[in-house]
Design a protein around this ligand. Structure first.
Ligand SMILES: [Zn+2]
Ligand SMILES: [Zn+2]
Length: 698
């Protein structure tokens, strides 16, 4: 018998990552026959059988004891070609940069269905059956959800506007990552599609990756891809797919059959052996940053991936992130500019209502209502958004001061009038609205503040009878397909006023909206969060972009964005009025440079969770003490441990500690040195901890 081969295999096992470090989750197994690097396998680990990825070949251990401890690989999952070098490099970079173990990142990047399938690999018969299941669905077969060529359909490119043509030409000549900075409605999508077409037409193997921030936007873009590039197979990857569908789409990409992969942040980990173009639409969107697991930024990884694989990358936005904007200013990225809206549509005008002058407690000012009525009379649609769902954020007793606090969180339960419930939006705790104040028995308990439901009700009362008001938020769209149906109603003109949370402001191409109103935005102006103003500016400019997309329809009166605020003199509004993102960005970047904030400084957070705030902070304090021994600690400022801004969720107390450095490499070096200590520290009652590199909000 030949001597066996030895491999290092990445597995996701918290127990083995306890010593910390990148390779802590890479362990050794043997195999009687050679295995490919990047092969997907099942290996025995303790009493369990787990999914693994062959990472590297290694030498046979010398001593008998460790040799005897090595077990053989149990089975190999036939996914066709193994996962390539480039894909593995992406995983390794992600794990290193975000301070996670290789195994955790690799297993999270593979389709979850692989875990189930490897357990079923028993004998040859089961192997054959599973191989058939994995490879049975070829492109174009029913159910494969891959667009097939449609005979006789016109997929010829659209005529571009001069600014689109200029952007496309410049993009073709650039070697740097490119920011496509285009006004809302300037036709960025057409530039993406034509850039994709160029790549796909010229190379029979080429694959294109398109990332979008919202799962809700995938059907819309998918339809356009089908319409314009229908001759090329396209698959989607997002959390709305069933695990089986996701696996098949993933495999279609891995085998190179899918030429276009369209998806949300998870799609950045798609295996694409012939990646030739990457597009990140709405690159500024916070949802590209994952809030669990490795907490990676899909946008940043897309840039890394494109550069490593030599693929051009196009980051599109009307309101770029300040990180991307600063990269353009420094010349690291190229900036392609499209200032004009398609068809000469007018830019949305800003109307500010000074709410200090409005009647007390009124939410919808008389001026706004008059303007809406005028639009409705002219046959236009209006959109109102408020970033709060439910009827009212708090239920309140005027007699004793009782408020609808959640017993499990540091938050109030929101009053939902439809089903007369009080629901916590953080932990889900819900109960029927009490008939009287639980503390004093007062029967007169009243809602405080407003959410989408109440705005919907108010509009119904204030607008002429017969006005059709539709509400779109997480509550109205719970049922499968309901969002698409509601959007279709809007597009068909069956709705006069759309009320919604910010989910309605993103990307949707409504044609008949003449007026958009933003309610209750002032909190962001006072927020201590570094990025609060950046996010508000982006939100308002995006919202403004929903209005007046159809030049012909808006020719009578230019489209308007109404903002009700108590601070109309705020500089953010002055820049917004001019649609002057550049001015806003310059002002924000100057402030951040002075304060050493991103993108001029670099942040990481150490987060901890425990039953009590004391324990959560004790862990952070111990970590801070251990930091002194780490290299590069003199280049990192560690701030005191503080409770999270939402300190308690579902009875778990959360704390965090901010780390700041003027140097990204120094911060990275320090974090790597710090890892083993973070794993070693034992604090009784600690539930979990995690490092968050480049956190979105602090
Ligand atoms: Zn009371
Ligand atoms: Zn709660």
């Amino acid at each position: 018998m030949n001597p066996p081969f030895y491999y290092q295999i990445a597995v996701d096992t918290p127990a083995h990552s306890a010593m910390g470090g990148l390779l802590s989750s890479v362990l050794t197994w043997s195999s009687p026959s050679p295995l490919s690097l990047g092969a997907v396998v099942r290996v025995p680990l303790g009493k369990r059988q787990v999914l693994g990825l062959v990472w590297a070949e290694c030498a046979s251990p010398h001593d008998e004891k460790s040799l005897a401890a090595i077990k053989p690989v149990a089975a190999v999952l036939d996914i066709g070609a193994p996962l390539g070098t480039a894909w593995r490099a992406l995983i390794e970079f992600t794990a290193t940069y975000y301070q996670r173990s290789l195994g955790e990142v690799a297993m999270a990047a593979l389709p979850g269905q692989f875990r189930i399938l490897v357990q079923k690999l028993q004998d040859e018969a089961s192997q054959a059956k599973i191989a058939k299941r994995l490879h049975g669905q070829k492109a174009g077969k029913p159910g494969a959800q891959i667009a097939a060529t449609e005979q006789g359909r016109d997929h010829s490119p659209r005529e571009l506007t001069p600014q689109q043509q200029a952007a496309l030409t410049q993009f073709a000549q650039e070697t740097r990552p490119c920011l496509l900075w285009g006004a809302t409605g300037s036709g960025k999508t057409e530039v993406y599609l034509q850039a994709a077409r160029r790549v796909l037409d010229n190379d029979p193997l080429a694959q294109v990756l398109i990332l979008v921030p919202e799962i809700n936007l995938t059907p819309q873009l998918e339809a356009r891809v089908q319409e314009r590039l229908g001759q090329y197979a396209c698959v989607t990857l997002h959390s709305g797919l069933t695990p089986v569908r996701r696996m098949h789409n993933w495999l279609a990409s891995h085998r190179g059959e899918a030429r276009i992969v369209l998806g949300t942040r998870m799609a950045v980990f798609a295996s694409m052996p012939h990646l030739r173009l990457v597009v990140v639409d709405e690159e500024h969107d916070p949802s590209f940053k994952s809030q669990d697991g490795a907490r990676h930024s899909a946008r940043d990884l897309a840039v890394y991936r494109a550069q490593r694989e030599g693929a051009p990358i196009l980051l599109g936005s009307a309101t770029p992130s300040l990180e991307t904007w600063a990269a353009c200013e420094r010349g690291r990225y190229a900036r392609l500019t499209m200032p004009d809206r398609m068809g000469g549509a007018a830019l949305t005008a800003l109307r500010l209502v000074d709410m200090r002058l409005a009647p007390k407690r009124s939410l919808l000012s008389p001026q706004l209502m008059a303007a809406m009525q005028e639009r409705l009379a002219a046959g236009q649609q209006c959109m109102v958004f408020i970033n709060r769902r439910g009827y009212a954020p708090i239920l309140h007793c005027g007699a004793c001061g009782w408020k609808s606090a959640c017993p499990h969180c540091s938050a109030y339960r929101v009053f939902h009038k439809r089903d007369r419930s009080l629901r916590c939006h953080h932990c889900g705790w819900a109960e029927a609205v009490p008939r009287a104040c639980p503390d004093c028995g007062n029967l007169d308990i009243a809602p405080l503040g407003r959410g989408t439901e109440r705005v919907e009700e108010d509009l119904g009362a204030l607008l002429p009878p017969g006005t059709r008001v539709l509400r779109i938020d997480a509550d109205s769209t719970r049922a499968v397909g309901s969002l698409q149906q509601q959007l279709a109603q809007m597009h068909a003109g069956e709705v006069d006023v759309l009320v919604g949370t910010q989910m309605v402001t993103k990307g949707h191409d409504f044609r008949r909206i003449g007026l958009v109103a933003a309610l209750n935005v002032d909190a962001a102006l006072f927020s201590s969060d570094v990025r609060a103003q950046e996010r508000l500016f982006a939100l308002l400019l995006q919202a403004a972009g929903r209005a007046g997309r159809d030049a012909a329809a808006s020719s009578a009166k230019s489209p308007e964005l109404w903002v009700q605020t108590e601070m109309p003199e705020h500089p953010l509004f002055q820049a917004l009025r001019q649609h002057d993102f550049e001015r806003f960005a310059t002002q924000q970047l100057t402030e951040r440079e002075q304060a050493g904030l991103p993108p001029f400084g670099f942040h990481a957070l150490l987060r901890s969770e425990a039953q009590s705030q004391e324990v959560a902070q004790a862990y952070l304090n111990a970590a801070k003490e251990a930091a002194a021994d780490c290299e590069a600690s003199d280049q990192v400022t560690i701030y005191p441990a503080v409770p999270h801004s939402m300190a308690r969720v579902a009875n778990v107390e959360r704390a965090q500690m901010l780390l700041e450095s003027a140097s990204r490499p120094a911060l990275q070096h320090f974090l790597t040195q710090w890892q083993p200590a973070l794993h070693r520290i034992k604090v009784k009652g600690l539930i979990r901890w995690a490092v968050d590199v480049d956190p979105q909000s602090i």
